[in-house]
Ligand binder design. Sequence first.
Ligand code: C2E
Ligand code: CA
Ligand code: CA
Length: 705
Amino acid sequence: MTSSTPKQLVLVVDDDGIMRVLARATLEGGGFAVEEANDGRAGVSAFERLRPDIVLLDVMMPILDGFGACAALRKLGGGDHVPVLMMTALDDSDSINRAYEAGATDFITKPIAWPMLVHRVRYLLRANRAFLDLAQSEARLTNAQRIAQLGHWEWNVATDEVQRSEEIFRIAGRTPEQLPPAQKAFLDIMHADDRPIVEEALYAALYRQQPYNVDFRIVRPDGTTRIVHEQGEVQYDDARKPARMQGTIQDITERKRAEEQIRQLALYDSLTGLPNRDLFREQLSHAVARAGRTDEALAVLSLDLDRFKRINDTLGHEVGDQLLKEAASRLTKTLRQTDYLTRNEPDEASYFVARQGGDEFTVLLGGLRQAQDTAKAVRRILEALSQPFDLDGNEIVMSASIGIAIHPLDGNDADSLLRNAGAAVHFAKQQGKNHQYYNRGMNAAALEKLSLEGKLRKALEKEEFALHYQPKIDLARGTVSGIEALIRWNDPERGLVPPVQFISLLEETGMILEVGRWAIHKAVDEYRHWHEQGLQPPRIAVNVSPVQLRQKDFVESVRNALEGSIAGSHGLDLEITESLIMEDIEDNIGKLQAIKDMGVNIAIDDFGTGYSSLGYLARLPVNALKIDRSFIITMAASANSMTIVSTIISLAHSLGLKVIAEGVETEEQSKFLRLLKCDEIQGYLISKPIPAAEIEALLAARRGA
Ligand code: C2E
Ligand code: CA
Ligand code: CA
């Protein structure tokens, strides 16, 4: 043997000196190192001190015999896996049993065949090494499996016996006694909902050769659940029948929980904490699937806060955010308190609220038994949201619009229900209603809108737009003081289309910029044309959309239109709605002043419907106010309207502004207005808006007269 490998140490324990000498000689000859002890107790202490690789132990010894010594050294740290070879003269089965019970690895009978001893010792050491290696790798594997929370099992299909690794018991939270080695015992500890899935998968694996791969929940004795992933493989016997199945089981609870957390982040709105549109869609899909099995109805509400953008723009985003949060919490609270909705089982959510984005929310109402249930919830929501909001000392009054789609009536899947509720809320807003049930006509309306958009795009190229003109009369003199240009669309299919049917769509799509520019140019051209003919045309007022005024280059575009005209000789005036001017007051004052400086008169249109503050009105570079038609209509019947009209007139005059009343249809209205010192009137009483050719004819006739 080489000196580089340390010799393995044999401890020989025997009270017989001759035996010790012979054993030493034999073992040293075989390449081992040898130490001796002469009784059991000395043997145990030598073992502790020397840590031999193997022990040769005589049975019959004074003080402590071989059985006692073996048992004692097995209890020492590290003493459990050193091979102990017992030497006995007693070849009876009783002694052999006692030797094994005491922990002997093997035994050898006296008298000893010395040449054999070396082989026995070598064999035992090698076997022990292999055993230790195996134990170590098993320990490593167990460790790895414990870390991976991976258990392993083997199932004998014929005998229904299952062997399970330690980790399985740990995952199951049970001892081997609590989880007997039969497949059924394991099925019994699964979550009842998952059991059919696992049974089906097992069956498919055994008899249909399908891969076995399932996730399910195990319920521990303390009631907690673990989510596990199980995988298995079937082995077949010669007759190609399933014989065994082996597999692993992994505890994936933490991973699932982490995934759940990520899901939470992805599925909830961070501002309001409400579920977001994705989660809503998912829940709605589930609800639709469930509802297919019962006869209860579902309602999807699409809710939109009215004029939220305005609050955001005027009071800032922080206040806007606060408002959204407060609205979200009112929404949830109201639904929680709506009695019919709360009578369901506690875990069966009967309502679900989500934020779709911006100022849009959606609500799912489930388990509806009668139509009134929806109506009641809608009413409660609208009521809750109409209470004033106190945000940082700002008292804000808000309102909301709700569109309603009912399953299965208005859609059979999540997407169509959402789309239809959305169409309904859009419709509600357009009609100025606070809620609206979906009906099939609405999608038709949406389609219509799409095709209308396409047609409008072409209308400009094809010169299908025209300006009609409506005169304004100076009440004191009885003369035409000006004409208002009102756009018309000459649709080859529908004929003359009034602006209410397309202006808002032009604004939504931005096409109003081009069309608005066209209108101004057209008016200026027409005026010039009439002027050149010597017709002495009245000034022409063109309506301006809010979208146009918001453009940075609006002033420039007006200047362009006036190019080539001497200031004041172009005859162009502009009408701008009141609500618009107040939107961004400082910016607008600058723009309006620049335009006024070009000799353009500016009138505030639809006055009385907006929010003008008097302070601003005094600073606005405008020339006239147009009193909204709604006041003129009610003036004769309502003292209140009359007061408003007279107040507006005197207010305007005190600010040096002219007043024009629009929509005058009767002599009576005209008389009142004259009494109230209104400067000009406009309306069907005088003339409807008429085409350019007719105006031209009128102007020519006037000159002729
Ligand atoms: P507006 O500026 O308030 O125009 C007055 C509207 O009242 C016009 O409707 C006019 O035809 C109508 N009207 C006039 N007198 C009477 C009356 O005695 N009784 C009744 N019932 N109605 C009367 P129209 O032409 O349909 O225009 C509607 C709106 O479309 C206008 O309201 C204006 O805001 C917008 N609009 C019209 N042309 C243009 C344009 O070129 N550009 C922009 N941006 N908007 C335009
Ligand atoms: Ca107008
Ligand atoms: Ca108006």
